[in-house]
Design a protein around this ligand. Sequence first.
Ligand code: GTP
Ligand code: SPV
Ligand code: MN
Length: 612
Amino acid sequence: MADVEQVLDQAGVTNPHVRDYVRYWAELTGAARVEVVSAADDARLVAEALDSGELLPAGEGRYYSRSYHLDTARSEERTIVASSKAEDRGVYNNWRHSAEMTPLLTERMRGASAGKTMYVIPYLMAPPGNALAAWATGVQLTDARTVVLHMIRMSRVGVEHVENLEDPRHFVRAVHVTGDLENLGQGTPEDQRYFVTVADERTILHFGSSYGGNALLGKIAHGLRQAAYDGWTSDTFLGEQYMLIGIHDKQTGTDYHICGGFPSASGKTNLAMMLAPDALGERYHVSFYGDDIAWLWVDEASGRLFGMNPEYGVFGVAKDTNEGTNPVALQSVGPGTGAIFTNVAYNQDTQEVWWEGRTPEPPADTAGWLDWKGAPIADREPGDTAPWAHPNSRFTTTLANVPNIADDYDAAPGVPIDAIIFGGRTRDREPLIRAITDLAEGVYDGLTLGAEATFAAEGVEGMLRYDPMSNRPFMAYGEGDYAAHYLKIVGAATEQPIFAHVNWFQRGDDGRFLWPGYRDNLRPLLWLLQLKNGEVTGRETPVGILPTAEELNLEGVEISPEDLATVLSIDVDRWRQEMGFRETHLEQFDNLPEEIWEAHRRVAKALDEAAD
Ligand code: GTP
Ligand code: SPV
Ligand code: MN
């Protein structure tokens, strides 16, 4: 066993609580060595990973990795929020008692890092100096070097983040042990994996994966589940799966900020990286703050709702990313960015990478190409249409590489929030945008958000499921309590944000998308801000205010009048059917505030009246 004390001394870790924590888990997991890392270690760790074959070169200053073939997405059914209070049980948080889970995880982890290095990653999930920084401090332990490389890109990493804390005990303890991936029975009744957040102890115990949200514990486990729980119990903030963007109007000199939640793999990264369409680029500039997580609180000085992105990087879906859909993403993983691609296709001769939708057709010359599992494409049977890249393959890059990153993305204050949007991936019913000016109706809308299942979570594609606030996989406590907390935090702001529901995914009978999407998504958002400013009035419907075709700036958009009419209209019958589903969905939740039920009944009544 390594001399832990000496390693911690050398790294300058003086916080006695961090030292105790590291010592305890180093002994328990049986790690052969302990190493404390900071962002400055990146180049050395990359070189080591290239030497060991964990990373392969993917062009200048870019890397490629493959995860184990049964370890390619978050596993929601193996993910648990534990605590010592049965009242914390919700419908979606898979609550279990910590007295059951902590010993179980401890036994899984005992001796499981034997022979490996245990990396100690002190991190901060906030811009330094932010009002919520005390909730953002953590120390991840991991026995996987590629996880360290991802954490350095996705969070602020360095010993300074856990030294001189106001309360030296106040940091999240986030333990990641990979386990023997080839013998964990992933997806079988004998599944050995467990991904547990012991929320009231601020301790995260993840065993049995080295991929994404299962293994990078700052991101989803701390940034969403733990943050949501902390925000509730401290009565101070919300931790949400939201993107966050700035829109600058060069004509009036005004800056707006919009955040919003779409379920996993439903377009947050693409929206956050959106460039203004050519026809609007002279007037508007869109800047990137974050693409997956926002923490929201009421700013003491101004009384306004503020938001910030706790992350330091982007872990984005590769599929369909190309020069047309998301040129910003391609630039942010360009040469010299240090980007890491995982589970895309890789050419071992040329070191190129490819994924479905990168180009319309896969490379014609298959020489050197390996699919995401490492099998040569050239050896495939004719007619084998299996994708070259895994549908949940991703790229990892730091925020500073995003060309339209906001100037103040790393600044302590955060930004005032003008609008909160929710977006499902729904092929019918939901119009392009409907604005909601009432807080309770906004929260009600978020709670009834639905999406077709995607590959980011293991599920069946095409099936619609409700995903409250796009937080279903990240719910940390009861949904009724969550709704009440949301109403309280946002309701306390002096200026209320406007809400909206957006949908870029409505399809025609032939399956094609009716709305061009991507960059053109700025247009409905501009309309929303105009509505908030009183510059347009829209058209009242039972489910919110819709833009008229004239109000929407459509300069340069290719859309037929018929398709436009469809995405700007409400199918009342279809909506009335939906209201029944919603009622069943909401009835599951204990303690749902009466304001939410009132909002539901108001919308249902308006729909009934519209049908008469
Ligand atoms: P997570 O990282 O899993 O939380 O996902 P995300 O919400 O950031 O999703 P992302 O932006 O990566 O988009 C997922 C998929 O939706 C990609 O394949 C995109 O190409 C596609 N997509 C995004 N925006 C649009 C759009 O406006 N229209 C259409 N048709 N597809 C879109
Ligand atoms: C998501 O699934 O919503 C993600 C990817 O953002 S992961 O970090 O794997 O959760
Ligand atoms: Mn996400």
